[in-house]
Design a protein around this ligand. Structure first.
Ligand code: TYD
Ligand code: MG
Length: 471
């Protein structure tokens, strides 16, 4: 079969060039040219739409049915999926090497009934390796089929013939299509292979689960378009040194995003943790400076996470390091702390950590971050049994967080008795065992904690020392 003509296209502006160049001839961007199929390639359907074409209809006349779910039987995996796998749906799972992607998918496939004709395609491991793992995990995968293959066209042929209901491709970066010259894992190969598999999935109603590698920065390797093609993108996260693993949905056409599945890695594979709210608290004998308990909301579940800060005298340039939290946001919060609570940190190193390897993206963590920093800066522990949440704005205001009541109730359930929260989040009805303290400005929050609880006096007129001397 003749090779299709390829050319190089800029990922930023779409300009094409017959050969690779470092700089795009169209827009001048660097390193954006990637090999793609030439548009003039045979019209034998390579550029067909991902979903089958249909006739023109009125939207109201289309019968919309809630997609039937194939529950995998692993509750914590079904949860981020939105209740289970969907026929014809394509799921992409990304995560660091060794975090447990292959293990989880093997466990999930092995639990499916034989009528699903589940198929595991691996380009990374041999049949013996996967069989050995299944044996060690004690999986009775009697109906599960296995294929060690990286050649896309052969995999497609097998899928056409076998018609499995669910197929796992581990991983998309190992596949290669004979249509392209580039090596497996290159942008064009990944994109082309994913597009072909997606098209087939939609045509014949196969559920495809693609495993994707992540880059050093933690994003899914391969083109961004990969995330646009698929229906659901899941990220596996967690600290490989701790046994907890989180699966987060960051895109889901069949369900809510930011739902979280929590697992523990054991010697018998991944086990779901159905009540994870207290997992991310470290066990201190007594209260320690620099620790603040945040109630964060992940999808429909509140989680309690300990935020730890260490503020220490700088030698040289001040350093700001974060684990599990956004470093840019930390810089912003430190500026707010200076301007609106009068606590400068320009001569301090600030290190920040979310316990347990959990990644926190929601702005409602701001207040807990700042109070952990204040606690470390003053070397005074925050009062015990205190939880905190709330977003901090650039003007020093404390903005409400969504689902405040649920957060408070979960904290009360775990034995916390006090909460420092945005004033707008104060509950209308009393929550048994919980005394919420509402604040509306960061200065006010620091002042209240300082006077009554931390034992230092923070006089705050909303301006820093610097500004006052400037006047
Ligand atoms: P794996 O699923 O191969 O990771 P990925 O496919 O994401 O690269 O996970 C392998 C890791 O999990 C490995 O470091 C060992 C650990 N593990 C266990 O702790 N218990 C088990 O039962 C299994 C199968 C793996
Ligand atoms: Mg693997």
């Amino acid at each position: 079969m003749a090779k299709a003509k390829t050319l190089y296209q800029c990922g930023a502006c779409g300009a094409t060039s017959p050969k690779w160049q470092g700089q795009c001839p169209g827009c001048g961007a660097w390193n954006t040219l990637a090999e793609t199929l030439a548009e003039a390639a045979p019209a034998s359907g390579r550029f067909r739409a991902l979903a089958p074409a249909a006739r023109l209809q009125k939207l109201m006349e289309i019968e919309a049915q809630e997609a039937a779910r194939i529950a995998t039987g692993i509750g914590e995996f079904d949860r981020p999926l939105g209740g289970g796998l969907v026929a014809g749906g394509v799921v992409l799972i990304g995560g660091d090497p060794g975090i447990g992607k292959s293990t989880l998918l093997l466990q999930a496939l092995a639990r499916l009934p034989e009528s699903m004709r589940a198929l595991y395609v691996s380009g990374e491991e041999s049949g013996e390796q996967v069989a050995l793992r299944a044996q060690r995990l004690g999986l009775a995968a009697s109906g599960l089929k296995f294929l060690a293959e990286i050649h896309l066209e052969k995999i497609m042929a097998v899928l056409q013939e076998e018609r499995p209901r669910v197929v796992v491709v581990d991983s998309i970066q190992t596949l290669w299509s004979e249509e392209l010259n580039s090596a497996p894992g290159s942008v064009s190969q990944v994109r082309e292979c994913a597009a072909q598999l997606t098209r087939l999935a939609k045509q014949v109603g196969i559920t495809v689960i693609l495993v994707g590698h992540v880059t050093k920065e933690g994003a899914l390797a391969g083109p961004r378009v990969l995330e646009h093609i698929v229906d659901t993108v899941l990220y596996f996260e967690g600290d490989t040194h701790s046994s907890f693993r989180l699966i987060r949905a960051c895109k889901n056409r069949f369900g809510a995003v930011n739902e979280l599945g929590v697992f523990a890695m054991t010697d018998k594979g991944l086990k779901g943790v159905s009540n994870p709210s207290a997992l991310f608290l470290s066990q201190h004998g007594q209260e320690v400076p620099g620790a603040c308990i945040l109630v964060t909301q992940e999808g429909t579940r509140p989680l309690l996470v300990e935020i730890q800060a260490l503020v220490d005298q700088t030698h040289g340039n001040p350093r700001r390091l974060t684990v599990g939290l956004d470093a840019q946001r930390l810089a912003m919060l430190l500026a707010v702390l200076h301007r609106h609570a009068g606590l400068p940190c320009y001569d301090q190193d600030v290190f920040l950590n979310a316990v347990g390897g959990v990644k926190i993206g929601e702005p409602a963590a701001d207040l807990a971050v700042l109070l952990a920093i204040v606690s470390s800066l003053k070397n005074r522990a925050l009062p015990e049994k205190l939880v905190v949440f709330g977003e901090v704005g650039l003007a020093g205001e404390i903005r409400p967080a969504p689902r405040g009541q649920e957060r408070l109730r979960e904290a009360a359930k775990l034995g916390f008795t006090r909460a420092l929260i945005p004033r707008a989040n104060l509950p209308r009805q009393e929550i048994p065992g919980m005394t919420p303290i509402g604040v509306s400005r960061i200065g006010e929050a620091v002042e209240r904690l300082g006077e009554s609880l931390l034992g230092f006096v923070q006089k705050n007129e909303g301006r820093s020392e610097q500004q006052k001397t400037n006047q």
